[in-house]
Design a protein around this ligand. Structure first.
Ligand SMILES: Nc1ncnc2c1ncn2[C@@H]1O[C@H](COP(=O)(O)OP(=O)(O)O)[C@@H](O)[C@H]1O
Ligand SMILES: [Mg+2]
Length: 390
């Protein structure tokens, strides 16, 4: 949201807020060298025309599955540019969980003018094949969060994609990487498993404190002035996020610490700016809690989370204004003040936020200062956006 404002407020510490967001794509994957080598090993023959390769990548949330697989595909395309034309295609099956949605994404990423509907799955697949053949391209397809596709539509599409060249005197149209949080191999039918091979399974371990420190360090060096985020601070962030092993937690702790220090007018980030408690307790909020909330409770909480990613607290008055902005984004009519207040209290009762009454309150009613000591707002934000989409 409003990325062009990122530089406003840039000052003593902050140079560019963009690398502190986890939507930002890092120039290099750090600390996963041996996993990258293992993956490259599974793709040893991809330089040979007519060959296809396959891999399955699994790991917890924030273990770097998406960034690793995408950067691998891009690196590979670059590395082989004089040998074979590799076309990386990434589809997130959480956002596109059905066979026809996945195929639509693939078809349009190869050809923007691909018509919306009117074709069967096998017709679209053959269209994709012809398209690749005509352009002499080899597609490296990443099906990210593939468990959503499997749960929704079973393994049919995978089976068809694996057999794309069968009966055509051709080979090597596409290579496939399946990515999932869970052990998807167990959900796959025997016929598919044998085509992937158990040795083509890369299991990403949760990050250690050293790796998390390196990830935070990469982002700090690209977003802050030299010397303002010390080794000590990076070590703290690595340690605080280690029990989750989740890179997002490390990135969010860094972002919050930098913002706190910057807002407070400090010359550098101090240990007190690192929200260690929230990182270890962040897991206390179960995803199901978010799903149990009413739609407007979710919208209010989303508004609050967005502000608390950058500020230590938000007033109830600001929260209401931000809630109106979120409603506009989702094209919903905001509830009135009384209902807003009731929802705020219910969110507090559920332990999702805390509030204290201001000493001097002006204007209508009570002004409250809202904080979120129990969880990391960025993590909740992602869950809420997901819940509001579905
Ligand atoms: N090894 C790494 N080096 C640099 N950034 C990383 C690394 N691993 C994860 N990240 C960053 O952490 C965040 C979460 O990683 P992601 O690949 O989305 O995890 P997953 O897909 O396993 O949930 C992203 O912003 C990503 O860029
Ligand atoms: Mg991912």
């Amino acid at each position: 949201m409003a990325e062009y404002l990122n530089r406003i407020g840039a000052g003593l510490i902050l140079l560019d807020a963009a690398p502190l967001s986890y939507d930002w794509v890092p120039p290099k994957v750090v600390g996963r060298e041996s996993d990258q080598e293992q993956l490259a090993g599974m793709f040893a023959s991809i330089g040979t025309p007519g060959m296809s390769c396959r891999a399955v990548i699994t790991g917890n949330v924030g273990s770097g599955k998406t960034v690793l697989s995408r950067s691998f595909a891009d690196d590979l395309a670059r590395h082989l540019s004089t040998v074979r034309f590799i076309q990386p295609v990434h589809v997130n099956c959480r956002n596109h969980p059905t066979t026809s949605q996945v195929l639509q994404r693939i078809a349009t990423s190869l050809d923007e003018r691909h018509p919306e509907r009117g074709f069967s799955a096998s017709e679209v697949i053959q269209g994709i094949r012809r398209n690749l053949r005509t352009r002499n391209q080899h597609m490296l397809l990443i099906l990210d969060e593939v468990d959503h596709l499997l749960r929704k539509d079973g393994g049919d599409l995978l089976y068809q994609l694996l057999r794309i060249d069968e009966g055509r005197n051709e080979a090597g149209t596409l290579s496939l990487i399946l990515v999932s949080q869970e052990q998807v191999l167990d959900q796959l039918e025997g016929a598919i498993i044998s085509r992937f091979g158990r040795s083509n399974h890369l299991r990403l371990k949760p990050y250690t404190d050293e790796q998390l420190k390196a990830i935070a360090s990469q982002r700090a060096s690209l977003s802050t002035r030299t010397g303002t985020v010390s080794e000590e601070i990076l070590t703290l962030i690595g340690q605080a996020s280690a029990d989750t092993g989740d890179a997002r937690v490390a990135i969010e702790l860094l972002e919050a610490a930098v913002m706190r220090a910057e807002k407070g007018g400090f010359q550098q980030v101090e240990p007190m700016h690192v929200q260690r408690d929230a990182a270890s307790r962040g897991r206390a909020v179960e995803p199901s809690v978010v799903d149990e909330l009413s739609q407007h409770e979710q919208l209010i909480l989303l508004a609050i989370c967005r502000r608390l990613r950058r500020d230590p607290e938000v007033t109830s008055g600001d929260a209401e204004k931000l809630y109106h902005v979120v409603c506009e984004e989702y094209e919903l009519k905001p509830r009135g003040y009384t209902t807003f207040w009731k929802h705020l209290k219910s969110l507090e009762t559920r332990g999702l936020m805390e509030s204290r009454t201001a000493t001097a309150s002006v204007g209508r009613g009570r002004t409250q200062h809202i904080t979120m000591p129990q969880s990391l707002p960025g993590q909740l934000e992602a869950r809420l956006e997901h819940a509001l989409e579905s």
